[in-house]
Design a protein. Structure first.
Lengths: 893, 110
């Protein structure tokens, strides 16, 4: 009631009426009084009565705000700097957190997501879970009992939309038609896939993610039913019909990076059911468990299905690798968790540095206003009142900064979204949400409390009157500025801890990019070629397709721009795919155990020189290693060390595939799965001695030959690859090969090793640049902090420095004393930060490459960089101090 | 004797219980009813009236007196009556406590 009445009295006319009423009443009372003097001061009574409806507290706050505003205006430089730093750090923090939150933290947008699992395959613990083969998937799909549904995703490279002109690549994925049912996702427009969409000839349909629909089709609902042309890397066009658009935020997120933009049905080929055939592992399996089925039950079910299919095909021996069933979210976030922690820690450091810095600036303002406060105290302001003024100033600054930061973040998010790596999963769902805003304001308030509190504490301890008397000549050395020292140390600690992490990641990234892969990835491109066996067997009907491959190589070599060309079969080209692993029988050692099976590839003689893989010992293959000649093989260094330790590998005759095979050479250990993959035993066979590259289905008519052409171009590899495709069409007769209803691209889209390499290292590049940006921001803020603090201390010490110069101190003495005061504190801070980084090095172990997290060098780099930055930042005010004119300084004030 | 801070409110409410009064009459009534023992300065009384009015414990209305004089007359509201009862009992407890504390038996060195 009282509040309401008082609120009403805020209205000017109510208030005027109340004033009029009061005057009238007081006059009437004076008229009644026998002796008006006994009433005392009526104006005082009116004043006190007025106070009853006044918002006294509020008015005081208003006064405080007024003071704050005045002081901001009179210290424009410091205020602007503190405001700028706070805004910058809060904006950086908000933007980063929003991105990380949208991409990694937020749960998957699927209903009943706890039932969603990823089924993967793991060969060695060091490999982590990996994709499975189509054969395994189909074997499981038809046999599992604990799954409600089981679907699969095959990522099949990039494409462009023809009508789109120059806009960037889109990632295309082939999925089983039931995938969206497994995920329980329904199209917001049109439809998802139907069961018949995966029959050859009916698969020319595409489902768009919401993001692509918005970005590339301007959210046009009329897109459904439209036919669009997809253009692959080699400029080959495929017409597809848009049938549906997925809901926003739903993407297939096998990794947080590289989501699929366009979905097409996966068309199973006949060989996908042929379990005993050599398998390629490129299928991500997603299943939905039946209610109350545990992960362990599901895993046992998968193993049982594997055993069943193996016995159906009469396979003996140990299966390679084991099945892994894990929650989909764990599979997706598992990889990113370490990065996430690191990035959040990084952004935390930046925000802390910014806050400490702003606090220190505010404190310096408060101290330089000691005279103002002394005067106010002398005029009757209480200390609490002064402290409240300071707190008010801190809060105003902080709230203004966080409001501006929110605006900037909004704008910055747009910028960041545009520059994110070629498409992070769920990037379109990035937005500033309430929690981020609350967190940012909480941090801001903390800043305000630190800044205001520290200044207030200082004012509280200051002998204000003494200060007024002495005329502001602060003589007493640096001990006087202990609070600043603490801020400086804290700031340097955060900056150096962050810089250690940044240095480690940047070093790792450089190590990854410059790692010796064992081959030269530049200007090399790979193209899959496949053709029916019937076509490959030409002329004298040679068994191992020698003349067919020779023909392909001859034509490819003749294309202008081709520097070298080789063929690789059985397994994928480097950086592009796995290979089947086979056992080897080594004399005196027996058959290799499953964990030592060798990735086996069949290559033409020119393959090694084409990709620049060096032969360490023995020889490469030659044109005379043909069918009928003695069987030969080449192993890599890792296999030589691991399997032939103590033996001379070259010259040894091993049994491979029940044939005596002589090891004729050892090649350098190629990092075939990327620089960070663990070494693996590899076996190379001459293509001309490898009947297995011809895939023999139950019926010879549906058998086909498949291999990859590896081309080294003199210039643009994709242009060259296009020309090679043109040159090869005569050999293949047609662009498409149809074998018993299966449509096979006779010559697939090319893929350069460089592109594969960048794809493999994309996450690392993104994280390194993100941390690099954080490091830079922190370094700049840190430098400003050192400079600002020292400049302030010098300004405050003008008189004492002037006095010292008058007493004979040389300019270099002065510079030394100022710089050493700064460097000493920076040193303590840097040391603390390095200790923090050292102690948390365990977090980095999985994130660094080519450098130990406890390696001294990054730490020394940080000491050097940060030390010199601190030194230079202190040098400027130090030189200013050295130029102080003693006469002027003593006369000042 | 000047009453304790806060007690003015209680006294004003108690005086108005006897009937509506204007400001000056309230001051006189306090003096008379306490046999001149209590004297509330007008400077304290007047703000108290405004405070009680804002709280809704008393209401005010301009009236014309028998001498044809206009005066602002205050009267106790229902809420004010309840408040008076509450404050009176609190006061009695307080006063009894103070009285016990000040009993001669408590003299020092006993």
């Amino acid at each position: 009631m009282s509040i309401l009445r008082r609120l009403l009295l805020l209205l000017p006319w109510r208030r005027r009426a109340a004033e009029r009423d009061m005057r009238e009443e007081l006059l009437s009372i004076v008229a009644m009084a026998e002796d008006p003097r006994e009433l005392g001061s009526l104006s005082r009574a009116a004043e006190d009565a007025r106070a009853q409806w006044e918002w006294t507290r509020l008015r005081q706050v208003g006064n405080d705000l007024g003071y704050a505003w005045k002081s901001f205006r009179s210290h424009r430089g410091t205020t602007a700097l503190a405001f700028g730093i706070l805004t910058l750090t809060l904006a950086v923090g908000t933007v980063t957190f929003s991105v990380v939150d949208a991409i990694v933290l937020r749960p998957l947008p699927y209903t009943d997501r706890d039932d969603l699992v990823s089924v993967a395959r793991q060969v060695r613990p060091s490999d982590g879970p990996g994709p499975v083969s189509p054969q395994q998937f189909f074997a499981w799909r038809d046999r599992v009992q604990t799954f409600d549904m089981i679907g699969a995703v095959v990522s099949s490279g990039v494409t462009r939309i023809a009508s789109d002109g120059s806009s960037g690549d889109l990632r295309i994925g082939r999925v089983t038609t039931n995938l969206f049912d497994v995920l329980r996702v329904q199209a917001v427009l049109g439809r998802a896939f139907l069961p018949g969409d995966d029959t050859p000839g009916r698969d020319q349909v595409v489902v768009l993610t919401h993001d692509v629909w918005v970005r590339r089709f301007a959210a046009d609902a009329g897109v459904i039913g439209r036919r669009i042309a997809l253009v692959d890397r080699a400029a080959a066009e495929t017409m597809v019909e848009v049938v549906g658009v997925l809901p926003p935020g739903v993407v297939y997120p096998a990794s947080a990076i590289q989501p699929i933009d366009l979905f097409r049905p996966y068309v199973p080929t006949e060989r996908d059911w042929m379990y005993p055939l050599p398998q390629a592992y490129f299928v991500d399996v997603i299943g939905r468990l039946k209610p109350r089925v545990s992960l362990e039950q599901a895993r046992a079910d998968i193993e049982r299905a594997t055993a069943a299919v193996r016995s159906e095909f009469g396979m003996t021996g140990a299966p390679i690798g084991t099945a892994v069933v894990m929650r989909l979210h764990d599979r997706i976030v598992g990889k990113a968790r370490g990065w996430l922690l690191l990035i959040l820690a990084g952004v935390g450091c930046v925000v802390l540095v910014g806050c400490v810095n702003a606090s220190s600036l505010l404190l310096s303002r408060a101290v330089s206003r000691a005279r103002e406060f002394s005067t106010r105290a002398a005029l009757g302001a209480s200390r609490t009142r002064l402290v409240r003024t300071l707190l008010a100033e801190g809060f105003i600054l902080v709230f203004a900064a966080s409001a501006t930061a929110t605006l900037f973040s909004h704008w910055g998010l747009g910028l960041v979204k545009a520059s994110l790596p070629s498409g992070l999963a769920r990037a379109s769902t990035i937005a500033i949400d309430g929690r981020v805003l609350v967190a940012s304001i909480a941090v801001a308030v903390l800043c305000g409390v630190i800044a205001g509190g520290a200044s207030g504490w200082r004012i509280g301890r200051m002998d204000l009157f003494d200060h007024l008397r002495s005329g502001a000549a602060v003589v007493g050395g640096y001990r006087q500025f202990r609070a600043f020292g603490a801020f400086l140390i804290a700031e340097m600690a955060f900056v150096s801890a962050l810089l250690v992490a940044t240095t480690l990641l940047v070093t790792s990234f450089v190590a990854v990019v410059t790692a010796d892969l064992g081959f030269d990835r530049r200007n090399v491109v790979a193209i899959w070629i496949q053709t029916p066996v019937a076509r490959a067997v030409q002329g004298d009907g040679d068994r191992i397709w020698t003349s067919f491959f020779d023909d392909v190589l001859r034509r490819a070599r003749a294309v202008p721009g081709v520097a070298a060309v080789g063929l690789i079969g059985l397994g994928g080209a480097p950086l592009g795919g796995g290979a089947t692993r086979y056992s080897l029988e080594i004399p005196g050692r027996g058959t290799t155990p499953p964990e030592d099976f060798l990735e086996t590839r069949a290559v033409s003689p020119e393959y090694f020189s084409t990709i620049g893989l060096r032969v360490r010992e023995g020889r490469a293959f030659t044109a005379s290693d043909v069918d009928g000649a003695p069987s030969v093989a080449i192993i890599n260094e890792w296999a030589a060390q691991r399997l032939f330790a103590g033996l001379k590998a070259v010259g040894t005759v091993v049994r491979f595939n029940d044939r005596p095979t002589r090891i004729v050479g050892i090649v350098q250990d190629p990092k075939i799965h990327g620089p960070e993959a663990a070494s693996i035993s590899q076996l190379y066979l001459p293509l001309a001695q490898s009947p297995m590259v011809g895939i023999l289905a139950a019926d010879p008519a549906s058998s086909f030959v498949a291999a990859q052409l590896v081309i080294r171009a003199t210039a643009d590899p994709y242009a060259t690859a296009s020309a090679v495709r043109q040159a090869l069409y005569p050999v293949f007769g047609a662009e498409k090969v149809t074998v018993r209803g299966m449509t096979l691209d006779s010559i697939s889209a090319p893929r350069s090793l460089d592109d594969s390499f960048w794809e493999i290292t994309e996450a690392r590049r993104f994280n390194a640049s993100l941390m690099g940006a954080f490091g830079l921001v922190a370094l700049v803020i840190g430098a400003i902090g050192v400079y600002g603090t020292m400049a302030f201390i010098v300004a405050q010490q003008t008189r004492s420095i002037g006095l010292r110069i008058a007493l004979g101190a040389t300019p270099s003495d002065v510079i030394r004393s100022v710089v050493s005061a700064a460097v000493w504190r920076a040193g303590v801070g840097i040391g603390t930060g390095l200790l923090i980084a050292w102690a948390s090095a365990g977090l980095f172990t999985s994130l660094v490459f080519g450098v130990e997290p406890t390696d001294m060098r990054p730490y020394l780099v940080v000491v050097a960089i940060l030390g010199s930055v601190a030194f230079l930042a202190a040098l400027v005010p130090a030189r200013r101090a050295a130029r102080i004119d003693p006469i002027l300084s003593l006369r000042a004030e | 004797m000047e009453p304790l801070y806060g007690v003015v409110d209680l006294i004003v409410l108690r005086v108005l219980r006897l009937g509506p009064k204007h400001g000056y009459a309230i001051a006189t009534a306090i003096r008379q009813h306490s046999d001149d023992a209590l004297r509330v300065e007008f400077g304290s009384l007047y703000p108290a009236l405004k405070r009680l009015e804002l709280k809704g414990w008393i209401s005010a209305r301009w009236e014309t007196s028998e001498h044809n004089r206009r005066a602002k007359v205050y009267r106790l509201t229902a809420a004010g009556n309840r408040q008076l009862r509450r404050e009176t009992s609190e006061w009695n407890v307080f006063a009894a406590g103070v009285a016990r504390l000040l009993k001669p038996a408590m003299t020092e060195g006993d």
